[in-house]
Design a protein around this ligand. Structure first.
Ligand code: WT7
Length: 652
């Protein structure tokens, strides 16, 4: 594979040249993955190579084959195998580390709670027994609508124990979004809470859940309510509603025989924004997902049992599922769960937690790092962060400037910074440098991991030349891949797959370039999905919320490189676009989508740039927003609006 880099396909990344920084030798010596042969081994062995990942797990029944690819693009990983995810994340650690901390939780009000693996085992079992008692059976989907409290991972594991797939809905999403997801997943069980703190205020989550219940078509058979706020908020429980604490108390000490699931059985569903307004229900299977997540936690994030590891992402999204819960617990480490915000009570909160807990591996998003940078290096510099051994980033591209700041001020100039590219659909990391082997290139997501057949192709599916932009695709199946969509096989095939001459290719939806060493640079989404502040939205879902506001006629949203959402809005000619319209838009976005769908800027404009066929030119708006050069606009139906929009953007 020596010179394979020239046709747009990766070559051995350990040979990377020029702009690359070698892994620090101290790191290399102790890294889980330190042998560059792993790339060649995967290339030579094909799917069989992924036995390495499956071997990290405990199987109740050994799988028959690694991969069944007889009916592409419907792939089955480790068919015939049976296992239970909660056993892999909890029970099997009891022999060696029952008294080791599994979760250290830090609440918004300075509260703390710690769970050893033994504690975790006890509560997962009690809750599993409780859920069964409420009627939850194998394959019933349980929806979890909780903030970052220990009850969230515990509920996930309790569901996994009884073979009930979970459907976590980010706590900040609206009642409407919850209702849609309850219906789409056909889920009649819900675990939520009374409320949670946002800054100083107690916020009522239960009333959002109640509201969703009224809107949803499904009938909820039982709801479990965690008491997060104690006396700060009293909620009354209806007939089929149960307090989490009393449920767990009632079943304390009971042990639930874990349900052995087929490797291909559903572990969870996670809704994510797709190219249409309706969210897609991404389904992850138990065996492949857990194998890939465990392998990457060990080999990419280099996490070991004696680490204290912190993934700052919310469990409400895939990063929190894979690397906040299943990854760290499957490898038996101690993981930090942080409910608060990074700047409360002060802007050194994160560094204070890292120092006090001797965090050794820290994984966060470039958006967060940009905020840290803005607040100033004096905050991290004030703390002893020498416990850090590895830093990771995920969710969007990290610019070299931000990368270097992170390495310098958080990593002490020494720790490897691993940029990891993946998606809700890939389940686990797909592109990244293996930190003990491959040199790092700031700003580039990195080469595909061993066994990931990622290629940047042109419109015709041909690999592009190095440096040429194209579409990022994945040619061969990988274990963490989605097993399908809740919306059915047809939608799954149509959304993601193309049949090429050399087989089926998965389309990631990202634009990318590749360099001579096979390192991939992500250029951003090529569809109508925008990634801002580590959340994924469809432009359509935001726009339809905005045009739902009285007096608004049209809207187009774009994401900026700084992670802001900018909304271009036109109003009816008799409606003055004033502060009240602005406020109504903000409110509607929060109600229809969620609190994190805040528009950072709303630009009123008499018209939106359109093609002759009437399609809104969102790309042009992106260029204008970013102050970039744009081409000839004379072919637009309304070229005159471009100048107007440019000047209003500058005025805001
Ligand atoms: C999209 C997936 C699973 C990560 C959390 C987001 C973008 C992800 C990177 C990266 C550049 C990245 C892509 C991808 N993305 N990681 N390291 N560099 N872009 O999961 O919500 O499913 O979004 O996030 O555009 O397609 P998601």
């Amino acid at each position: 594979m020596d010179d394979a880099g020239v046709d747009g396909r990766p070559r051995d990344p350990s040979l990377a040249a020029a702009d690359a920084t070698d892994p620090p030798s101290g790191f290399r010596e102790q890294a889980a993955a330190s042998d560059a042969d792993v790339y060649e081994a995967f290339a030579a062995e094909g799917p069989e190579a992924w036995r390495r990942a499956a071997d990290l797990l405990d199987w109740e029944t050994e799988y028959e084959t690694v991969l069944d690819d007889s009916d592409p693009p419907f792939y089955k990983w480790f068919p015939g195998g049976r296992l239970n995810a909660s056993v892999n994340c909890v029970d099997r650690h009891l022999d060696e580390r029952r008294n080791q901390l599994a979760i250290r939780w830090f609440g918004k009000r300075g509260e703390r709670r710690s769970y050893t693996y033994l504690d975790l085992h006890r509560e997962v079992n009690a809750l599993a027994a409780g859920l069964r008692d409420l009627g939850v059976e194998e394959d019933d989907v349980v929806t979890l609508y909780l903030p970052m409290v220990p009850e969230l991972p515990i509920s996930m594991l309790a569901c996994a124990r009884i073979g009930a797939p979970h459907n976590v809905v980010f706590a900040g999403l609206s009642a409407e979004a919850l209702a849609t997801r309850l219906d789409a997943a056909d889920s009649s069980y819900l675990v939520t809470c009374d409320g949670y703190y946002r800054r100083e205020d107690a916020f009522n989550q239960k009333s959002k859940a109640d509201n969703a219940r009224l809107r949803a078509d499904v009938d909820l058979a039982a709801t479990v309510v965690v008491d997060r706020l104690g006396d700060a908020l009293d909620v009354s429980l209806g007939a089929d509603e149960h307090g989490y604490e009393s449920l767990v108390d009632a079943h304390d000490g009971e042990m639930v025989e874990p349900v052995a699931r087929d490797a291909t059985d559903l572990l969870f569903v996670m809704y994510t924004s797709g190219t249409t307004g309706r969210p897609k229900g991404v389904e992850h299977a138990t065996g492949g997902y857990l194998s890939h997540v465990a392998w990457t936690t060990q080999n990419v994030l280099d996490v070991r049992p004696d680490d204290t590891y912190w993934c700052a992402a919310d469990i409400g999204w895939i990063t929190g599922h894979s690397y906040g819960v299943y990854g760290p617990l499957s490898v038996g480490t101690t993981t930090i769960l942080y409910e608060g915000s990074p700047d409360y009570p002060d802007r050194d909160r994160v560094w204070d937690l890292i120092e006090r807990n001797a965090v050794s591996v820290f994984y966060t998003s470039p958006t967060a790092i940009r905020s840290f940078m803005k607040w100033g290096a004096e905050y991290p510099d004030r703390h002893d962060l020498s416990s850090i051994r590895l830093l990771g980033t995920v969710g969007e591209s990290i610019t070299p400037k931000v990368w270097h700041w992170y390495r310098e001020h958080v990593g002490g100039g020494e720790a490897p910074v691993v940029d990891t590219w993946w998606q809700t659909e890939t389940g686990a990391i797909a592109l990244a440098t293996l930190p003990g082997i491959a040199p790092m290139k700031p700003g580039k997501a990195g080469p595909p991991l061993p066994g990931i057949d990622a290629t940047v192709v042109d419109e015709d599916g041909e690999p592009v030349e190095p440096g040429e932009p194209g579409y990022l695709t994945i040619g061969a199946p990988w274990p963490g891949m989605l097993r399908g969509l809740r919306e059915g096989d047809e939608r799954y095939r149509r959304e993601y797959w193309v049949e090429a001459e050399d087989g089926w290719r998965y389309r990631t939806g990202d634009g990318a370039t590749v360099d001579d060493d096979g390192y991939i640079t992500i250029l951003g989404r090529v569809d109508d999905v925008i990634n801002v502040r580590a959340h994924r939205f469809t432009t359509g879902e935001l726009e339809s919320a905005i045009v739902g506001v009285e007096g608004v006629t049209e809207a187009a949203v774009v994401g900026t490189e700084d992670g802001d959402i900018v909304a271009y809005v036109t109003t009816r000619s008799d409606v003055e676009p004033d502060e009240s319209v602005r406020a109504a838009i903000c409110e509607e976005l929060a109600t229809a989508v969620g609190e994190m769908a805040r528009a950072d800027r709303i630009v009123f404009t008499p018209d939106l740039p359109k093609t002759r066929s009437g399609k809104i030119m969102r790309r042009l708006l992106e260029d204008i927003t970013r102050g970039e050069e744009f081409g000839d606009v004379s072919s637009l139906r309304n070229p005159e609006v471009v100048g107007e929009i440019e000047s209003s953007v500058r005025d805001v």
